[in-house]
Design a protein around this ligand. Structure first.
Ligand code: NAI
Ligand code: MG
Length: 511
């Protein structure tokens, strides 16, 4: 039996009467009426078939799990089950690690870099050829708007394979005076917010350096990783070079514990990151962690305001705010506070929430019910602690997990919403007077992943970037990614870098 994704059925007519637009605010002055009511423009998804069952990918072949257990993956925009995903237990993880070890010892580490590079180029090209299908699957399984999966995620996925393909035959020039050697088998555990992109960030540099891989996607978004496994088969990547085991936290923990793993790379919650660091303490396993964040966007009075508002909106509402580097705290210089609030209030009304497969949609579905509940609970705590919520009242579909874009004002540093990762489309707005106050308050949290500075003055940018304790700092822009730039955090945001040369170093021993 084949299950076909049917986006046309995502929302009943009754749930959203005209199209997936936001219902205008009651305030008549801000009522745009039907001017913004675009006709629905759903991406074609009928041509892509999702098979009803997905097996594990071990030693170049798809195989049933030892446990015989499967769990459903659903479409978070409709709550409809899409397929059943195999649940790997410790024995499956052991088979995957053994397959990766065999491939490492017999083929991959022995292959000249230029040959490894050819496979990576081939994979990158197939990804480009299948980009539309992969984007549709990413959107159906994870809830992100098609315009993001199509225009941001997929181009970056291919770019990471191209970029690291280019390094494979030039490794001896990468670290002057030092010779890089592969580490062995890399265990990689990734989250649900950028399923394919996180797989690319991890697999491409590992393979370029001559390592083999056991990768575990997140339990709500495994479909595209398994589609990537088919691409590896198509590219004739030698068996066992990449193995994909699906399952929840227990499967991840089995990878972490396995003695045959030489290197672990994890992206996800700070809580699980800490558990992994504790679990491997005293072993020889190398570790990189990319954890949470609570980035500050610092907006000065002299910034080009309209450009800044666009960047701030993109910084917090991109992927429904489910981004570790989301600009989730906004510090506004006092003199422009009321203007900025007015502009934010105006701009969030024009964001279109609804069917993620619609090309006009700005805000898609939250990835899972637990994530939606976490967002709701944190926002409630903000209101209970005295913050004020601005949220566009709008018709949301009856089914699926939705949270309309919002921002909180009257937030103080003591509030949970100023310190904890909401991981949803909710911005916490605060004010500052001087640059010193801005960076001190921006740094006054346990995280240090990213930050943004908005000003007309280059001198202010340079002053702040030296003071901000964040791994990535954007100036007069936000959420821009490139495979050549390193990405990673300070303090509770983790350690190690992904991307660029630094991302290669994480997969090598340098002599
Ligand atoms: P999580 O950290 O539990 O999940 C991330 C990955 O780790 C998944 O593949 C999961 O199966 C795996 N995992 C879970 N427990 C594990 C264990 N004990 N050992 C090894 N692997 C394990 O994150 P979750 O529960 O999905 O999200 C919770 C919060 O974490 C979010 O609300 C958000 O604040 C944060 N988060 C941050 C991400 C980032 O990009 N830095 C990504 C996802 C979540
Ligand atoms: Mg899913």
């Amino acid at each position: 039996m084949k299950i076909k994704a049917k986006p046309a059925r995502i929302f009943s007519k009754r749930a959203v009467p005209s199209s997936n637009t936001i219902v205008p605010l009651k305030d008549r002055r801000l009522n745009f009426g039907n001017k913004w009511d675009f006709a629905p423009a759903p991406e074609d998804s009928k041509s892509y078939v999702i098979s009803p069952r997905h097996e594990l990918f071990i030693g170049g072949k798809f195989a049933a799990p030892n446990s015989g257990k499967y769990f459903p993956s659903i479409n978070p925009a409709t709550e409809q089950p899409l397929t059943m995903i195999a649940s790997a237990n410790a024995a499956d993880v052991d088979s995957a690690v053994k397959a990766a070890r065999k491939a490492y010892e017999t083929v991959w580490s022995k292959l000249p870099g230029r040959e490894r590079g050819k496979y990576l180029y081939r994979i990158a090209r197939i990804i480009q050829e299948k980009a539309r299908e992969l984007a549709v699957l990413e959107t159906i399984d994870g809830g992100k708007p098609i315009k993001e999966s199509r225009d941001v995620d997929l181009p970056l996925v291919a770019a990471h394979f191209f970029y690291y393909a280019g390094w494979a035959d030039k490794l001896k020039y990468a670290f002057p005076g030092k010779l890089p050697h592969p580490l062995g088998v890399a265990g990689q555990i990734i989250p649900w917010n950028f399923p394919l992109l996180m797989a690319a960030w991890k697999i491409a540099p590992a393979l370029a350096c001559g390592n083999t891989v056991v990768l575990k996607p997140a339990e709500t978004t495994s479909i595209t990783a398994l589609r990537l496994a088919q691409i590896f088969q198509e590219a004739e990547l030698p068996e066992g070079v990449v193995n994909i085991v699906t399952g929840a936290g227990e499967t991840g923990a089995a990878i972490v514990r396995h003695p045959g793993i030489n290197k672990l790379a994890f992206t996800g919650s700070t809580e699980v990151g800490k558990q992994i660091a504790a679990a491997i303490a005293g072993t020889q396993k190398k570790l990189t962690l990319e954890l949470g964040g609570k980035a500050a966007n610092i907006l000065f009075e002299d910034a080009p305001l309209d450009q800044a508002i666009e960047g701030i909106i993109n910084g917090i509402y991109f992927n429904q705010g489910q981004v570790c580097c989301a600009g989730s705290r906004l510090f506004v210089q006092e003199g422009i506070y009321s203007t900025v609030i007015k502009k934010l209030r105006h701009r969030i009304q024009t964001l279109r929430i609804g069917n993620p497969l619609d090309k006009n949609t700005d805000i898609g579905a939250i990835n899972s019910r637990p994530q939606l509940e976490k967002i709701r609970a944190l926002v409630q705590s903000g209101i209970a602690e005295g913050a004020e919520l601005t949220q566009t009242p709008c018709a949301l579909p009856e089914k699926g997990y939705w949270f309309a874009p919002a921002f909180l004002t009257g937030v103080t540093h003591a509030h949970r919403v100023a310190n904890e990762e909401i991981f949803g489309p909710v911005l916490s707005v605060m004010t500052f007077r001087t640059p010193e106050e801005a960076f001190e308050r921006a740094n006054n949290i346990p995280y240090g992943l990213s930050a943004g500075v908005w000003t007309d003055k280059g001198s202010k940018i340079f002053k702040l970037v030296h003071k901000l304790r964040a791994g990535v700092i954007w100036a007069n822009t936000y959420n821009k990614f490139d495979p050549t730039s390193p990405f990673g955090g300070y303090r509770e945001s983790g350690f190690g870098r992904e991307g660029g040369l630094q991302g290669l170093a994480a997969y090598c021993r340098l002599d």
